[in-house]
Design a protein around this ligand. Sequence first.
Ligand code: ZN
Length: 319
Amino acid sequence: MSEHSPQILVSEVGPRDGLQSIKSIMPTEAKKAWIAAEAAAGVREIEVGSFVPPKLLPQLADTAEIVAYARTIPGLTVAALVPNLKGAENAVAAGAHKITLPLSVSETHSLKNLRKTHEQVFEEVRGIVELLRGLPKDQRPHFEGGLSTAFGCTLEGPVAEDKVVALAARLMALGCDEVGLSDTTGYANPAQLQRLIRLVRAEVGEQALTGVHLHNTRGLGLANALAALEVGITTLDASLGGLGGCPFAPGASGNIVTEDLVFMLDSMGFDTGIDVQRLLGVRRIVIEALPDEEMYGFTPDAGLPKGYHGPWGIPAHAA
Ligand code: ZN
């Protein structure tokens, strides 16, 4: 791909966000095969699990083993969710490259999801920053504060934008490396998304907000993804087959579909580094391991358009 094409990082979150919201438990070996196959298709970052107590999420009980395995894949950034300091300690011990602590802008959602008030979450953030600063630099994972329910909450309804901005500023002041905006409930629309990205960036700086986590609950996932790119976002979360959602946000369905997102970016000439054809082949692993779960996606159903042959959507004769 030519060097002037904008590089977009598609971060696969299916093994975490997808698997945590379904009843079936994917066998550890299938998770490894899934992660390896996506990395082989060119996916450079995968959120492979969450360090929550196994009794809360038995689907992710093998996260430490999965992190250790994923670390052996060259060039792959291994990300994990951590709900608190204890989770961060486990993530560090397992060797995660990147950790994300979710902070629900809606305090009602925070109490239900993490069983913590905002102040209690900030206490965890302080502890995690202290833990990370005590590590040698080359062993220090990148630490993101993920602002969930940033665009609205199923419990509280509308979420005030100045509250999102204030919480983002607080997370950065406490020592996070960056913040992310999550549309946990699928409430965002493109105009709102662009406005909030601009507001948060104006407060914390462009480098401190590079990624968004979108859901497709109301069918606006790809429109929102494109809107985010237009205002400079370079990292987009997605889930293979749209698997997933938030178990604590009633009514929220899956993430945006990785296959559809990559096809859109690829066909537009964005450089994702991902081979769409190979990515489509990865679905088979998930479908075979989770025969009872629904997999979404238009591109997988319709197939690639006739004459579409990569890499990155540029026909060989036109390259
Ligand atoms: Zn999510």
